[in-house]
Design a protein around this ligand. Structure first.
Ligand code: NI
Length: 184
């Protein structure tokens, strides 16, 4: 009996990237714009989605895997719903609502820590999609929170930056200490 492969032999397997954690300096850098969406970039988008699902997480920005380019991926589908991946290159916020929403945020680069963050409840975003075409979309609810969190990553901003300095320093210190112990 032959086993039918779901993926053509020529397609190389998806790459799961290691995710950087604080206080890695790359997470504080500004990412560069993408010139165009070609096959290599589509490959990166797909690998980022795979890495995000593997983690698991609801959003991932390229700097979190050490790639300083303006690419983000998201999926806010519930566990019992089919996947609903969203990928964006060069996402740009066009408008934010006055109305705010608060969400208990976490981040794959700051494992095991969450905190309530208040952000605009609706956001209008321009971006290049998987096919490279310019698009615009208006997001609300959890996706509005996620897209703002991920775009922040492209500018070296983390959700802990919205907390009090005391709380932020406590979290950063914890990770700095843990890394020092790991290195021993
Ligand atoms: Ni994050």
């Amino acid at each position: 009996m032959t086993v039918r492969r779901a993926v053509p032999m020529s397609a190389s397997p998806m790459k799961i990237y290691p995710i950087l954690t604080i206080p890695d300096a790359v997470l504080r850098k500004e990412a560069a714009s993408v010139e165009r969406v070609d096959d290599d970039l589509r490959r990166l988008m797909d690998d980022m989605l795979g890495t995000m699902y593997d983690a698991p997480g609801v959003g991932l920005a390229a700097p979190q895997i050490g790639i300083l380019r303006r690419v983000i991926v998201m999926d806010a589908a519930r566990d019992d719903d089919p996947p609903d991946p969203v990928v964006m290159a060069n996402p740009e916020i066009l408008a934010l609502s006055d109305e705010m929403r608060t969400h208990e945020e976490g981040c794959l680069s700051i494992p095991d820590h969450t905190a309530e963050v208040e952000r605009p409840a609706k956001v209008r975003v321009a971006f290049l999609g998987h096919d490279g075409k310019p698009q615009e979309t208006e997001l609300e609810g959890i996706l509005a929170t996620i897209v703002q969190h991920e775009i922040d990553h492209l500018n070296g901003v983390l959700f802990i930056d919205y907390l009090s300095r005391l709380k932020r320093d406590m979290i950063v210190k914890k990770f700095t200490k843990a890394k020092r112990v790991d290195a021993m």
